[in-house]
Design a protein around this ligand. Structure first.
Ligand code: M6R
Length: 612
Protein backbone atom coordinates (compact mmCIF):
# COMPACT_ATOMS: atom_id res chain seq x y z
CA UNK A 1 0.00 0.00 0.00
CA UNK A 2 1.03 3.65 -0.25
CA UNK A 3 3.89 4.97 1.85
CA UNK A 4 4.37 8.40 3.39
CA UNK A 5 7.52 10.18 4.50
CA UNK A 6 7.96 13.72 5.81
CA UNK A 7 10.82 15.82 7.08
CA UNK A 8 11.07 19.20 8.77
CA UNK A 9 14.47 20.34 10.00
CA UNK A 10 17.63 22.00 8.81
CA UNK A 11 18.94 19.41 6.39
CA UNK A 12 18.17 19.15 2.71
CA UNK A 13 14.78 17.44 2.77
CA UNK A 14 14.84 15.84 -0.70
CA UNK A 15 17.53 13.26 0.05
CA UNK A 16 16.00 12.29 3.41
CA UNK A 17 12.61 11.94 1.74
CA UNK A 18 13.86 9.78 -1.13
CA UNK A 19 15.85 7.54 1.21
CA UNK A 20 12.76 7.21 3.40
CA UNK A 21 10.70 6.21 0.38
CA UNK A 22 13.29 3.59 -0.52
CA UNK A 23 12.88 2.10 2.93
CA UNK A 24 9.13 1.94 2.34
CA UNK A 25 9.46 0.29 -1.08
CA UNK A 26 8.58 -3.06 0.43
CA UNK A 27 5.05 -1.84 1.05
CA UNK A 28 4.36 -2.05 -2.70
CA UNK A 29 3.85 0.94 -5.05
CA UNK A 30 3.79 2.05 -8.67
CA UNK A 31 4.76 5.73 -8.58
CA UNK A 32 6.57 8.10 -6.27
CA UNK A 33 6.97 11.78 -5.60
CA UNK A 34 8.15 14.48 -3.25
CA UNK A 35 7.28 18.10 -2.52
CA UNK A 36 9.52 20.59 -0.77
CA UNK A 37 9.20 24.21 0.20
CA UNK A 38 11.63 26.21 -1.90
CA UNK A 39 11.88 29.89 -0.97
CA UNK A 40 8.31 29.98 0.32
CA UNK A 41 6.77 28.25 -2.66
CA UNK A 42 6.08 24.56 -3.19
CA UNK A 43 7.96 22.43 -5.69
CA UNK A 44 6.55 19.00 -6.58
CA UNK A 45 8.57 16.32 -8.38
CA UNK A 46 7.00 12.96 -9.16
CA UNK A 47 6.92 10.17 -11.65
CA UNK A 48 5.54 6.74 -12.45
CA UNK A 49 7.73 3.76 -11.58
CA UNK A 50 10.44 3.14 -9.02
CA UNK A 51 11.61 5.56 -6.34
CA UNK A 52 15.05 5.53 -7.97
CA UNK A 53 13.56 7.32 -10.99
CA UNK A 54 13.20 10.40 -8.81
CA UNK A 55 16.98 10.83 -8.85
CA UNK A 56 16.81 11.26 -12.64
CA UNK A 57 14.18 14.01 -12.62
CA UNK A 58 15.52 17.26 -13.95
CA UNK A 59 16.02 19.79 -11.17
CA UNK A 60 15.80 17.30 -8.30
CA UNK A 61 19.39 18.12 -7.31
CA UNK A 62 18.56 21.79 -7.10
CA UNK A 63 15.97 21.32 -4.36
CA UNK A 64 17.34 23.04 -1.27
CA UNK A 65 14.21 23.06 0.90
CA UNK A 66 14.43 21.70 4.42
CA UNK A 67 10.74 20.90 4.74
CA UNK A 68 9.07 18.32 2.56
CA UNK A 69 6.62 15.49 2.10
CA UNK A 70 6.92 12.33 0.01
CA UNK A 71 4.84 9.41 -1.14
CA UNK A 72 4.87 6.06 -2.85
CA UNK A 73 1.52 5.37 -4.50
CA UNK A 74 -0.18 1.99 -4.87
CA UNK A 75 -2.85 2.78 -7.43
CA UNK A 76 -6.49 2.55 -6.38
CA UNK A 77 -8.29 5.45 -8.10
CA UNK A 78 -6.69 6.09 -11.49
CA UNK A 79 -3.95 4.13 -13.23
CA UNK A 80 -0.28 4.49 -12.30
CA UNK A 81 0.85 7.73 -14.02
CA UNK A 82 2.74 10.91 -13.32
CA UNK A 83 -0.50 12.91 -12.98
CA UNK A 84 -1.96 10.44 -10.52
CA UNK A 85 1.24 10.22 -8.47
CA UNK A 86 1.35 12.18 -5.20
CA UNK A 87 1.93 14.87 -3.99
CA UNK A 88 -1.06 16.78 -5.34
CA UNK A 89 -1.50 20.55 -5.49
CA UNK A 90 -4.64 22.59 -5.05
CA UNK A 91 -5.59 24.83 -7.99
CA UNK A 92 -3.49 27.74 -6.68
CA UNK A 93 -0.40 25.68 -5.79
CA UNK A 94 -0.70 26.89 -2.19
CA UNK A 95 -0.98 23.42 -0.66
CA UNK A 96 0.68 20.10 -1.42
CA UNK A 97 -0.83 16.94 -0.04
CA UNK A 98 0.12 13.27 0.13
CA UNK A 99 -2.47 10.78 1.24
CA UNK A 100 -2.72 7.10 2.13
CA UNK A 101 -6.13 5.47 2.29
CA UNK A 102 -9.33 5.89 0.32
CA UNK A 103 -11.73 8.84 0.27
CA UNK A 104 -15.05 7.09 -0.22
CA UNK A 105 -17.07 10.27 -0.92
CA UNK A 106 -14.54 11.77 -3.31
CA UNK A 107 -16.99 11.78 -6.23
CA UNK A 108 -19.48 13.97 -4.33
CA UNK A 109 -16.72 16.24 -3.05
CA UNK A 110 -15.22 16.52 -6.50
CA UNK A 111 -18.60 17.50 -8.03
CA UNK A 112 -19.17 20.09 -5.31
CA UNK A 113 -15.71 21.55 -5.88
CA UNK A 114 -16.20 21.61 -9.66
CA UNK A 115 -19.44 23.53 -9.09
CA UNK A 116 -17.42 26.03 -7.06
CA UNK A 117 -15.03 26.48 -9.98
CA UNK A 118 -12.24 24.04 -9.11
CA UNK A 119 -10.68 21.80 -11.76
CA UNK A 120 -8.84 18.50 -11.44
CA UNK A 121 -5.78 17.16 -13.20
CA UNK A 122 -5.75 13.60 -11.87
CA UNK A 123 -8.22 10.75 -11.50
CA UNK A 124 -7.31 10.27 -7.85
CA UNK A 125 -9.56 10.54 -4.85
CA UNK A 126 -6.73 12.46 -3.15
CA UNK A 127 -6.87 15.59 -5.27
CA UNK A 128 -10.08 16.70 -3.60
CA UNK A 129 -8.12 17.20 -0.36
CA UNK A 130 -5.78 20.08 -1.35
CA UNK A 131 -8.68 21.76 -3.13
CA UNK A 132 -10.97 21.43 -0.13
CA UNK A 133 -8.21 22.90 2.02
CA UNK A 134 -7.88 25.73 -0.50
CA UNK A 135 -11.64 26.29 -0.36
CA UNK A 136 -11.78 26.49 3.44
CA UNK A 137 -8.64 28.61 3.58
CA UNK A 138 -10.14 31.19 1.23
CA UNK A 139 -13.46 31.19 3.08
CA UNK A 140 -11.69 32.13 6.30
CA UNK A 141 -11.34 35.90 6.33
CA UNK A 142 -9.48 36.03 9.66
CA UNK A 143 -5.76 36.51 10.07
CA UNK A 144 -5.54 33.65 12.52
CA UNK A 145 -2.04 32.13 12.98
CA UNK A 146 -3.63 28.70 12.71
CA UNK A 147 -5.56 29.47 9.55
CA UNK A 148 -3.94 26.66 7.55
CA UNK A 149 -4.52 24.19 10.39
CA UNK A 150 -8.18 25.27 10.55
CA UNK A 151 -8.58 24.76 6.81
CA UNK A 152 -6.97 21.31 6.99
CA UNK A 153 -9.20 20.35 9.89
CA UNK A 154 -12.35 21.55 8.12
CA UNK A 155 -11.39 19.69 4.96
CA UNK A 156 -10.74 16.47 6.89
CA UNK A 157 -14.11 16.66 8.60
CA UNK A 158 -15.71 16.45 5.13
CA UNK A 159 -13.85 13.27 4.22
CA UNK A 160 -15.44 9.85 4.54
CA UNK A 161 -13.07 6.89 4.39
CA UNK A 162 -9.56 6.34 5.60
CA UNK A 163 -6.64 8.70 5.44
CA UNK A 164 -3.16 9.53 6.62
CA UNK A 165 -2.38 12.97 5.26
CA UNK A 166 0.62 15.28 5.18
CA UNK A 167 0.18 18.90 4.14
CA UNK A 168 2.70 21.62 3.43
CA UNK A 169 1.71 25.11 2.44
CA UNK A 170 3.31 28.17 0.95
CA UNK A 171 0.98 30.11 3.29
CA UNK A 172 2.73 28.66 6.31
CA UNK A 173 6.14 27.64 4.97
CA UNK A 174 7.70 26.84 8.34
CA UNK A 175 5.17 24.15 9.23
CA UNK A 176 3.80 20.82 8.22
CA UNK A 177 0.44 19.36 9.26
CA UNK A 178 -0.40 15.70 9.56
CA UNK A 179 -3.56 13.84 10.52
CA UNK A 180 -4.81 10.30 10.30
CA UNK A 181 -7.97 8.23 10.40
CA UNK A 182 -7.78 4.43 10.02
CA UNK A 183 -4.50 4.65 8.13
CA UNK A 184 -1.01 4.37 9.59
CA UNK A 185 1.29 7.29 10.29
CA UNK A 186 3.99 7.82 12.91
CA UNK A 187 5.89 10.93 13.94
CA UNK A 188 9.57 10.60 14.83
CA UNK A 189 10.95 13.20 17.20
CA UNK A 190 14.48 14.43 16.59
CA UNK A 191 16.61 17.29 17.88
CA UNK A 192 15.49 20.44 16.04
CA UNK A 193 14.04 18.22 13.35
CA UNK A 194 11.06 15.89 13.05
CA UNK A 195 10.13 13.04 10.79
CA UNK A 196 6.96 11.45 9.51
CA UNK A 197 6.50 7.96 8.07
CA UNK A 198 3.89 5.34 7.39
CA UNK A 199 5.83 2.96 9.54
CA UNK A 200 8.69 2.94 11.94
CA UNK A 201 11.51 1.25 9.92
CA UNK A 202 11.54 4.08 7.36
CA UNK A 203 12.89 6.56 9.91
CA UNK A 204 14.42 4.28 12.52
CA UNK A 205 17.93 5.33 11.58
CA UNK A 206 17.10 8.93 12.61
CA UNK A 207 15.20 8.49 15.84
CA UNK A 208 13.83 5.97 18.30
CA UNK A 209 11.28 8.35 19.88
CA UNK A 210 7.86 8.24 18.31
CA UNK A 211 4.46 9.84 18.66
CA UNK A 212 1.40 7.84 17.61
CA UNK A 213 -1.68 9.75 16.51
CA UNK A 214 -5.18 8.54 17.22
CA UNK A 215 -7.93 9.01 14.65
CA UNK A 216 -8.67 12.68 13.94
CA UNK A 217 -5.75 14.00 15.95
CA UNK A 218 -3.90 16.76 14.12
CA UNK A 219 -0.18 17.47 14.52
CA UNK A 220 1.29 20.85 13.64
CA UNK A 221 5.02 20.42 13.20
CA UNK A 222 7.76 22.99 13.17
CA UNK A 223 11.47 22.24 13.39
CA UNK A 224 11.68 22.23 17.16
CA UNK A 225 8.10 21.75 18.26
CA UNK A 226 5.16 19.48 17.65
CA UNK A 227 1.72 20.58 18.81
CA UNK A 228 -1.22 18.17 18.84
CA UNK A 229 -4.87 19.12 18.48
CA UNK A 230 -8.24 17.44 18.70
CA UNK A 231 -11.08 18.09 16.25
CA UNK A 232 -12.03 21.29 18.12
CA UNK A 233 -8.44 22.41 17.64
CA UNK A 234 -7.92 22.32 21.38
CA UNK A 235 -4.28 21.49 22.11
CA UNK A 236 -3.71 18.04 23.62
CA UNK A 237 -0.72 16.35 25.23
CA UNK A 238 0.83 13.27 23.73
CA UNK A 239 3.63 11.19 25.20
CA UNK A 240 6.49 9.81 23.09
CA UNK A 241 7.21 6.11 23.05
CA UNK A 242 10.70 4.74 22.66
CA UNK A 243 11.13 1.93 20.18
CA UNK A 244 13.75 -0.66 21.03
CA UNK A 245 14.20 -1.94 17.48
CA UNK A 246 17.73 -1.76 16.17
CA UNK A 247 17.90 0.14 12.88
CA UNK A 248 20.00 -2.77 11.58
CA UNK A 249 16.81 -4.82 11.64
CA UNK A 250 15.64 -2.77 8.67
CA UNK A 251 18.88 -3.40 6.67
CA UNK A 252 19.76 -6.52 4.68
CA UNK A 253 22.94 -7.03 6.67
CA UNK A 254 24.77 -9.07 4.03
CA UNK A 255 21.80 -11.25 3.02
CA UNK A 256 20.70 -11.23 -0.60
CA UNK A 257 17.09 -10.62 0.37
CA UNK A 258 15.18 -9.46 3.42
CA UNK A 259 13.09 -12.61 3.25
CA UNK A 260 16.13 -14.85 3.62
CA UNK A 261 17.46 -12.73 6.45
CA UNK A 262 14.10 -12.88 8.21
CA UNK A 263 13.87 -16.66 7.78
CA UNK A 264 17.28 -16.93 9.45
CA UNK A 265 16.25 -14.50 12.19
CA UNK A 266 13.50 -16.85 13.38
CA UNK A 267 15.44 -18.48 16.21
CA UNK A 268 16.18 -15.08 17.69
CA UNK A 269 12.65 -13.80 17.03
CA UNK A 270 11.18 -16.80 18.87
CA UNK A 271 13.66 -16.39 21.74
CA UNK A 272 12.88 -12.68 22.03
CA UNK A 273 9.16 -13.33 21.94
CA UNK A 274 9.46 -15.85 24.73
CA UNK A 275 11.72 -13.30 26.48
CA UNK A 276 10.92 -13.06 30.13
CA UNK A 277 7.37 -14.30 29.67
CA UNK A 278 8.52 -17.81 30.40
CA UNK A 279 11.02 -18.05 33.19
CA UNK A 280 11.48 -20.38 36.12
CA UNK A 281 8.70 -22.52 34.69
CA UNK A 282 6.13 -19.73 34.93
CA UNK A 283 4.29 -17.98 32.13
CA UNK A 284 3.69 -14.33 32.90
CA UNK A 285 1.68 -11.71 31.03
CA UNK A 286 1.88 -8.48 33.00
CA UNK A 287 -0.33 -6.79 30.41
CA UNK A 288 -3.27 -9.11 31.14
CA UNK A 289 -5.51 -9.32 34.16
CA UNK A 290 -7.65 -12.29 33.16
CA UNK A 291 -9.06 -13.86 36.30
CA UNK A 292 -9.99 -17.53 36.60
CA UNK A 293 -13.66 -16.46 36.87
CA UNK A 294 -13.48 -14.39 33.71
CA UNK A 295 -11.85 -17.21 31.74
CA UNK A 296 -14.39 -19.70 33.13
CA UNK A 297 -17.20 -17.45 31.95
CA UNK A 298 -16.03 -17.64 28.33
CA UNK A 299 -18.01 -19.80 25.96
CA UNK A 300 -16.02 -18.97 22.85
CA UNK A 301 -12.73 -17.54 21.65
CA UNK A 302 -12.57 -15.92 18.24
CA UNK A 303 -9.18 -15.57 16.60
CA UNK A 304 -9.42 -13.11 13.73
CA UNK A 305 -6.75 -12.02 11.26
CA UNK A 306 -5.73 -11.99 7.59
CA UNK A 307 -3.24 -13.98 5.53
CA UNK A 308 -0.29 -15.41 7.39
CA UNK A 309 -1.49 -14.03 10.72
CA UNK A 310 -4.75 -15.92 10.22
CA UNK A 311 -2.72 -19.08 9.54
CA UNK A 312 -0.93 -18.57 12.86
CA UNK A 313 -4.41 -18.42 14.38
CA UNK A 314 -5.38 -21.73 12.78
CA UNK A 315 -2.28 -23.34 14.28
CA UNK A 316 -3.09 -22.04 17.73
CA UNK A 317 -6.73 -23.20 17.69
CA UNK A 318 -5.52 -26.71 18.50
CA UNK A 319 -3.46 -25.68 21.49
CA UNK A 320 -6.14 -23.36 22.90
CA UNK A 321 -8.82 -26.02 22.63
CA UNK A 322 -6.58 -28.75 24.03
CA UNK A 323 -5.33 -26.72 26.98
CA UNK A 324 -8.24 -24.41 27.78
CA UNK A 325 -11.20 -26.55 26.69
CA UNK A 326 -12.90 -23.50 25.22
CA UNK A 327 -14.18 -23.69 21.63
CA UNK A 328 -12.10 -21.56 19.29
CA UNK A 329 -13.20 -20.21 15.92
CA UNK A 330 -10.57 -18.81 13.58
CA UNK A 331 -11.89 -16.33 11.07
CA UNK A 332 -10.74 -14.26 8.14
CA UNK A 333 -11.17 -10.63 9.23
CA UNK A 334 -12.75 -9.46 5.98
CA UNK A 335 -15.46 -12.14 6.34
CA UNK A 336 -15.94 -11.82 10.09
CA UNK A 337 -16.64 -8.11 9.96
CA UNK A 338 -19.61 -8.48 7.60
CA UNK A 339 -21.19 -11.75 8.65
CA UNK A 340 -22.82 -10.64 11.89
CA UNK A 341 -21.00 -13.18 14.10
CA UNK A 342 -22.43 -14.21 17.46
CA UNK A 343 -20.45 -12.16 19.97
CA UNK A 344 -21.21 -11.14 23.52
CA UNK A 345 -19.40 -10.51 26.78
CA UNK A 346 -18.70 -14.23 27.08
CA UNK A 347 -16.55 -14.05 23.96
CA UNK A 348 -12.84 -13.32 24.01
CA UNK A 349 -11.80 -11.94 20.63
CA UNK A 350 -8.11 -12.18 19.73
CA UNK A 351 -6.77 -10.25 16.74
CA UNK A 352 -3.40 -10.98 15.18
CA UNK A 353 -1.60 -8.49 12.95
CA UNK A 354 2.11 -8.15 12.35
CA UNK A 355 1.78 -4.56 11.18
CA UNK A 356 -1.13 -3.71 13.44
CA UNK A 357 -2.49 -1.66 10.55
CA UNK A 358 -4.54 -4.14 8.52
CA UNK A 359 -7.85 -2.39 7.82
CA UNK A 360 -10.07 -5.47 7.94
CA UNK A 361 -8.54 -6.77 11.17
CA UNK A 362 -8.98 -3.41 12.87
CA UNK A 363 -12.60 -3.17 11.71
CA UNK A 364 -13.27 -6.71 12.93
CA UNK A 365 -11.84 -5.76 16.33
CA UNK A 366 -14.05 -2.68 16.58
CA UNK A 367 -17.07 -4.86 15.83
CA UNK A 368 -16.39 -7.31 18.67
CA UNK A 369 -15.66 -4.46 21.06
CA UNK A 370 -18.96 -2.79 20.21
CA UNK A 371 -20.75 -6.05 21.08
CA UNK A 372 -19.23 -6.29 24.53
CA UNK A 373 -16.45 -8.83 23.97
CA UNK A 374 -13.02 -8.26 25.46
CA UNK A 375 -10.54 -7.69 22.65
CA UNK A 376 -6.89 -8.67 22.69
CA UNK A 377 -4.47 -7.55 19.98
CA UNK A 378 -1.29 -9.41 19.08
CA UNK A 379 1.03 -7.22 17.04
CA UNK A 380 4.68 -6.79 16.22
CA UNK A 381 4.53 -3.00 16.12
CA UNK A 382 4.38 -1.02 19.32
CA UNK A 383 1.78 1.74 19.15
CA UNK A 384 0.22 0.40 15.96
CA UNK A 385 -3.45 1.19 15.31
CA UNK A 386 -4.78 -2.18 16.39
CA UNK A 387 -3.04 -1.95 19.75
CA UNK A 388 -4.64 1.41 20.36
CA UNK A 389 -8.11 0.03 19.69
CA UNK A 390 -7.88 -3.19 21.69
CA UNK A 391 -8.67 -3.64 25.38
CA UNK A 392 -5.40 -5.55 25.76
CA UNK A 393 -2.27 -5.71 23.61
CA UNK A 394 0.62 -8.10 23.68
CA UNK A 395 3.61 -7.95 21.38
CA UNK A 396 5.71 -10.36 19.40
CA UNK A 397 9.35 -9.35 19.38
CA UNK A 398 10.27 -10.29 15.84
CA UNK A 399 11.90 -6.94 15.03
CA UNK A 400 11.06 -5.15 11.79
CA UNK A 401 9.74 -7.47 9.09
CA UNK A 402 10.47 -5.90 5.71
CA UNK A 403 9.88 -8.66 3.13
CA UNK A 404 6.27 -8.72 1.95
CA UNK A 405 6.13 -12.47 2.55
CA UNK A 406 5.79 -12.86 6.29
CA UNK A 407 8.06 -15.42 7.95
CA UNK A 408 9.47 -14.50 11.35
CA UNK A 409 6.23 -12.73 12.28
CA UNK A 410 4.37 -16.02 11.76
CA UNK A 411 6.62 -18.10 14.00
CA UNK A 412 6.68 -15.34 16.61
CA UNK A 413 2.88 -15.18 16.56
CA UNK A 414 2.63 -18.94 17.09
CA UNK A 415 5.11 -18.63 19.96
CA UNK A 416 3.12 -15.88 21.65
CA UNK A 417 -0.21 -17.64 21.11
CA UNK A 418 1.24 -20.81 22.63
CA UNK A 419 2.35 -18.85 25.69
CA UNK A 420 -1.06 -17.22 25.89
CA UNK A 421 -2.82 -20.59 25.72
CA UNK A 422 -0.59 -21.89 28.52
CA UNK A 423 -1.23 -18.75 30.58
CA UNK A 424 -5.03 -19.12 30.24
CA UNK A 425 -4.91 -22.84 30.83
CA UNK A 426 -2.89 -22.49 34.04
CA UNK A 427 -5.44 -20.01 35.36
CA UNK A 428 -8.28 -22.34 34.39
CA UNK A 429 -6.52 -25.43 35.77
CA UNK A 430 -8.08 -27.43 32.97
CA UNK A 431 -5.03 -29.11 31.46
CA UNK A 432 -2.73 -31.88 32.49
CA UNK A 433 0.25 -30.29 34.25
CA UNK A 434 2.77 -32.74 32.72
CA UNK A 435 1.55 -31.77 29.28
CA UNK A 436 2.02 -28.09 30.11
CA UNK A 437 5.48 -28.67 31.53
CA UNK A 438 6.49 -30.51 28.37
CA UNK A 439 5.15 -27.70 26.17
CA UNK A 440 7.13 -25.14 28.13
CA UNK A 441 10.32 -27.18 27.82
CA UNK A 442 9.78 -27.67 24.12
CA UNK A 443 9.06 -24.02 23.55
CA UNK A 444 12.36 -23.09 25.15
CA UNK A 445 14.12 -25.60 22.93
CA UNK A 446 12.36 -24.50 19.76
CA UNK A 447 14.84 -21.75 18.76
CA UNK A 448 17.83 -24.11 18.72
CA UNK A 449 15.78 -26.71 16.84
CA UNK A 450 14.88 -24.10 14.22
CA UNK A 451 18.62 -23.38 13.96
CA UNK A 452 19.15 -27.07 13.19
CA UNK A 453 16.54 -26.94 10.42
CA UNK A 454 18.24 -23.88 8.98
CA UNK A 455 21.53 -25.75 8.68
CA UNK A 456 20.02 -28.30 6.33
CA UNK A 457 19.07 -26.38 3.19
CA UNK A 458 20.91 -28.06 0.32
CA UNK A 459 18.21 -30.66 -0.41
CA UNK A 460 15.47 -28.04 -0.43
CA UNK A 461 17.51 -25.84 -2.74
CA UNK A 462 18.01 -28.76 -5.12
CA UNK A 463 14.35 -29.74 -5.10
CA UNK A 464 13.31 -26.10 -5.68
CA UNK A 465 15.59 -25.99 -8.70
CA UNK A 466 14.07 -29.19 -10.03
CA UNK A 467 10.43 -28.06 -9.78
CA UNK A 468 10.64 -24.29 -10.24
CA UNK A 469 8.99 -24.39 -13.66
CA UNK A 470 5.87 -26.17 -12.40
CA UNK A 471 2.49 -24.46 -12.69
CA UNK A 472 0.64 -26.11 -9.81
CA UNK A 473 1.60 -27.64 -6.49
CA UNK A 474 -0.22 -29.15 -3.53
CA UNK A 475 0.65 -28.87 0.14
CA UNK A 476 -0.94 -31.60 2.24
CA UNK A 477 -1.23 -32.17 5.96
CA UNK A 478 -3.47 -33.55 8.67
CA UNK A 479 -4.35 -31.81 11.95
CA UNK A 480 -1.83 -29.12 12.77
CA UNK A 481 0.16 -30.03 9.66
CA UNK A 482 -2.85 -29.01 7.59
CA UNK A 483 -2.61 -25.54 9.15
CA UNK A 484 1.06 -25.44 8.13
CA UNK A 485 0.22 -26.60 4.61
CA UNK A 486 -1.96 -23.50 4.20
CA UNK A 487 0.92 -21.23 5.11
CA UNK A 488 3.43 -23.15 2.96
CA UNK A 489 1.09 -22.78 0.02
CA UNK A 490 0.57 -19.05 0.63
CA UNK A 491 4.32 -18.46 0.74
CA UNK A 492 4.79 -20.23 -2.58
CA UNK A 493 1.95 -18.32 -4.29
CA UNK A 494 3.10 -14.96 -3.04
CA UNK A 495 6.68 -14.99 -4.18
CA UNK A 496 6.93 -17.61 -6.93
CA UNK A 497 3.57 -16.97 -8.69
CA UNK A 498 3.01 -20.73 -8.85
CA UNK A 499 -0.55 -21.75 -8.22
CA UNK A 500 -0.73 -23.94 -5.14
CA UNK A 501 -3.26 -25.22 -2.66
CA UNK A 502 -3.00 -26.21 0.95
CA UNK A 503 -5.27 -29.18 1.50
CA UNK A 504 -6.26 -31.48 4.31
CA UNK A 505 -4.73 -34.81 3.25
CA UNK A 506 -7.90 -36.73 4.03
CA UNK A 507 -9.96 -34.41 1.88
CA UNK A 508 -7.89 -35.05 -1.23
CA UNK A 509 -9.99 -38.01 -2.27
CA UNK A 510 -13.12 -35.87 -2.20
CA UNK A 511 -12.18 -33.97 -5.32
CA UNK A 512 -8.69 -32.54 -5.76
CA UNK A 513 -7.06 -35.89 -6.43
CA UNK A 514 -8.55 -35.51 -9.92
CA UNK A 515 -5.84 -32.91 -10.52
CA UNK A 516 -2.97 -35.24 -9.59
CA UNK A 517 -1.20 -36.45 -12.69
CA UNK A 518 2.31 -37.44 -13.75
CA UNK A 519 4.84 -34.90 -12.55
CA UNK A 520 2.58 -32.86 -10.25
CA UNK A 521 4.51 -31.70 -7.19
CA UNK A 522 3.08 -32.53 -3.77
CA UNK A 523 4.60 -31.39 -0.49
CA UNK A 524 3.40 -33.38 2.48
CA UNK A 525 3.94 -32.32 6.09
CA UNK A 526 3.82 -35.10 8.68
CA UNK A 527 4.75 -34.22 12.24
CA UNK A 528 1.96 -35.67 14.32
CA UNK A 529 2.98 -39.25 15.22
CA UNK A 530 -0.70 -40.19 15.64
CA UNK A 531 -1.49 -39.20 12.07
CA UNK A 532 1.68 -40.14 10.20
CA UNK A 533 0.47 -43.53 8.96
CA UNK A 534 -2.68 -41.98 7.56
CA UNK A 535 -0.69 -39.24 5.85
CA UNK A 536 1.64 -41.84 4.33
CA UNK A 537 -1.37 -43.59 2.80
CA UNK A 538 -2.46 -40.31 1.23
CA UNK A 539 1.02 -39.75 -0.13
CA UNK A 540 1.04 -43.25 -1.62
CA UNK A 541 -2.16 -42.38 -3.42
CA UNK A 542 -0.55 -39.40 -5.14
CA UNK A 543 2.70 -41.24 -5.87
CA UNK A 544 0.67 -43.96 -7.58
CA UNK A 545 -0.75 -41.26 -9.83
CA UNK A 546 2.71 -39.99 -10.76
CA UNK A 547 3.27 -37.12 -8.31
CA UNK A 548 6.75 -35.92 -7.27
CA UNK A 549 6.68 -35.80 -3.49
CA UNK A 550 8.63 -33.83 -0.89
CA UNK A 551 7.97 -34.91 2.69
CA UNK A 552 8.70 -32.71 5.70
CA UNK A 553 8.62 -34.85 8.82
CA UNK A 554 10.09 -35.52 12.25
CA UNK A 555 9.57 -39.29 11.78
CA UNK A 556 12.06 -41.81 10.37
CA UNK A 557 10.82 -41.92 6.82
CA UNK A 558 14.16 -41.74 5.06
CA UNK A 559 14.98 -44.90 3.09
CA UNK A 560 11.31 -45.69 2.64
CA UNK A 561 11.40 -45.06 -1.08
CA UNK A 562 10.12 -41.49 -1.05
CA UNK A 563 11.74 -39.08 -3.50
CA UNK A 564 12.82 -36.54 -0.88
CA UNK A 565 12.39 -36.50 2.89
CA UNK A 566 13.39 -33.43 4.89
CA UNK A 567 13.90 -34.53 8.46
CA UNK A 568 13.23 -31.95 11.16
CA UNK A 569 13.79 -32.39 14.92
CA UNK A 570 11.07 -33.85 17.11
CA UNK A 571 9.03 -31.53 19.29
CA UNK A 572 5.50 -31.50 20.77
CA UNK A 573 2.97 -31.66 17.95
CA UNK A 574 1.27 -28.44 19.07
CA UNK A 575 4.38 -26.38 18.43
CA UNK A 576 5.84 -28.39 15.56
CA UNK A 577 4.75 -25.68 13.07
CA UNK A 578 7.63 -23.56 14.39
CA UNK A 579 9.95 -26.09 12.76
CA UNK A 580 7.95 -27.56 9.88
CA UNK A 581 7.21 -24.19 8.26
CA UNK A 582 10.91 -23.38 7.86
CA UNK A 583 11.68 -25.78 4.96
CA UNK A 584 8.51 -24.55 3.25
CA UNK A 585 9.57 -20.91 3.58
CA UNK A 586 12.96 -21.80 2.15
CA UNK A 587 11.35 -23.83 -0.65
CA UNK A 588 9.26 -20.81 -1.73
CA UNK A 589 12.30 -18.55 -1.41
CA UNK A 590 14.58 -20.71 -3.56
CA UNK A 591 11.93 -21.18 -6.24
CA UNK A 592 11.35 -17.43 -6.44
CA UNK A 593 15.09 -16.83 -6.65
CA UNK A 594 15.53 -19.54 -9.28
CA UNK A 595 12.83 -17.85 -11.35
CA UNK A 596 14.60 -14.52 -11.00
CA UNK A 597 11.61 -12.84 -9.33
CA UNK A 598 11.54 -9.93 -6.94
CA UNK A 599 11.49 -11.99 -3.74
CA UNK A 600 11.00 -9.15 -1.30
CA UNK A 601 8.49 -7.15 -3.30
CA UNK A 602 6.26 -9.57 -5.19
CA UNK A 603 3.94 -8.15 -7.82
CA UNK A 604 0.58 -6.69 -6.76
CA UNK A 605 1.24 -7.25 -3.06
CA UNK A 606 1.67 -4.77 -0.26
CA UNK A 607 3.22 -5.33 3.14
CA UNK A 608 0.45 -3.67 5.04
CA UNK A 609 -3.02 -3.79 3.61
CA UNK A 610 -4.46 -0.60 5.03
CA UNK A 611 -7.56 -0.50 2.82
CA UNK A 612 -10.41 -3.04 2.63
O1 M6R B 1 0.17 -7.06 9.10
P1 M6R B 1 -0.77 -8.23 9.16
O2 M6R B 1 -0.24 -9.37 9.92
O3 M6R B 1 -2.16 -7.84 9.62
O4 M6R B 1 -0.93 -8.69 7.66
C1 M6R B 1 -1.82 -9.70 7.31
C2 M6R B 1 -1.59 -10.18 5.90
O5 M6R B 1 -1.77 -9.14 4.99
C3 M6R B 1 -0.18 -10.76 5.72
O6 M6R B 1 0.07 -11.79 6.61
C4 M6R B 1 0.00 -11.27 4.28
O7 M6R B 1 -0.81 -12.40 4.08
C5 M6R B 1 1.47 -11.58 4.03
N1 M6R B 1 1.86 -11.06 2.78
C6 M6R B 1 1.79 -13.02 4.07
O8 M6R B 1 3.08 -13.32 3.72
Amino acid sequence: MCGIVGYIGNKKASSILIQGLQRLEYRGYDSAGIATIEKNSIKIMKDKGRVNNLYNLEGIDNLEGTIGIAHTRWATHGKPSKDNAHPHYDNDNMFAVVHNGIIENYNELRSELIEKGYHFVSQTDTEVIPNLINYYYKQDKTKDDNKVLKAVKNACMDLIGSFAIEVISSESPENMIVVRKDSPLVIGKGYKENYIASDIPAILSYTKDFYFLNDYEFALLSRDKIKFYDTNLVEIDKPTKSIEWDSKGAEKDGYEHFMLKEIYEQPIAIRETIGTRLSNGKVIFDELDFSKEYLQSLNKIFIVACGTAMHAGIVSKTIFERLCKIPVEVEIASEFRYRDPLIDEKTLAIYISQSGETADTIAALKLAKSKGAKTLAISNVIGSSITREADYSIYTHAGPEIAVASTKAYTSQITLLTLLAIYCSEKLERADSDKITKLKEDLLEAPSKVEEVLKNTSQIKKFAKKVHKEKDMFFLGRGIDYAVSLEGSLKLKEISYIHSEGYASGELKHGPIALIDTGVTVISIMTDPKLVEKSISNVQEVITRGAKVLIVTNQDLENKGFELVIKIPEISTEISPLLSIVPLQLFAYYISKEKGLDVDKPRNLAKSVTVE
